[in-house]
Design a protein around this ligand. Structure first.
Ligand SMILES: N[C@@H](CCC(=O)N[C@@H](CS)C(=O)NCC(=O)O)C(=O)O
Length: 220
């Protein structure tokens, strides 16, 4: 069987790419990665993204004749293709909750995402945040707290074992870290759990080793 292929962007910046990459790597699912530099002056880079998907965005997963684009669709596909890794919780209630928090991440938190873009090599320092971004942070802390309170007995991740929700919120861990966001002790504890995950560390190491700078994603 041909290996899965995952097209991703720069690991330093591409938060959408990080999510399905982590879902695969944290579960030891083999795949071949194609890293395409984003927002360069070389039109061939965009052409390469378009050769994977006419949506013109990464991440894109290719499984033989099947192409899946968009982070959440890819995570759903992985969950279906590899049911044994249990990206979604077994319990229907918990599964509905996990799907809801993933969808909330995928479609929301616009202020936090735009004011605190993922940028692994950014020197750690705070930034002035809008009221909307502060509300996003408070809501994320609330989501994590509720998940952890309900599922603490099953393991240290949002729904006990590592799953889709952890993958979807992983870039937020970097955002909270690099923008020195003041968070509650239980939020910090969950961030530490994520930062200790070998797959999270591998992505971070690779991203920090990149030298390509995207000027529009760098703050002063
Ligand atoms: N909703 C999409 C968003 C994908 C997205 O915005 N990807 C960015 C990188 S993080 C991209 O491909 N940008 C390159 C471009 O627009 O040329 C998802 O969840 O995958």
């Amino acid at each position: 069987m041909a290996a899965l292929k995952l097209a991703i962007g720069n690991k330093n910046y591409s938060s959408w790419s990080m999510r399905p990459w982590l879902a695969l790597r944290a579960n030891d699912i083999p795949f071949v990665e194609t890293l395409i530099p984003l927002y360069t002056d070389d039109p061939q880079d965009k052409e390469q993204i378009l050769s994977f998907s006419r949506a013109g965005k990464v991440p894109v997963l290719v499984d033989g004749d099947i192409t899946v684009w968009d982070s959440l669709a890819i995570i759903e596909y992985i969950a279906e293709r590899y049911p044994e890794v249990k990206l979604w919780p077994d319990d229907a209630d918990a599964r509905a909750h996990a799907r809801s928090v993933c969808a909330e991440m995928h479609s929301g938190f616009v202020a936090l995402r735009s004011e605190c873009g993922m940028n692994l090599h950014r020197p750690i320092r705070p930034v002035a945040l809008s009221a909307d971004a502060k509300a996003n942070i408070a809501r994320i802390e609330e989501i994590w707290r509720e998940c952890r309170t309900r599922h603490a007995a099953k393991g240290p991740f949002l729904f006990g074992r590592f799953g889709a929700a952890d993958a979807m919120y992983a870039p937020v861990v970097h955002r909270f870290r690099t923008y020195a966001i003041e968070v509650a002790p239980d939020t910090k504890a969950y961030m530490e759990t994520m930062m200790a995950l070998p797959a999270f560390q591998e992505w971070t190491r690779d991203g920090l080793a990149e030298t390509l700078v995207i000027a529009k994603f760098e703050d002063a």
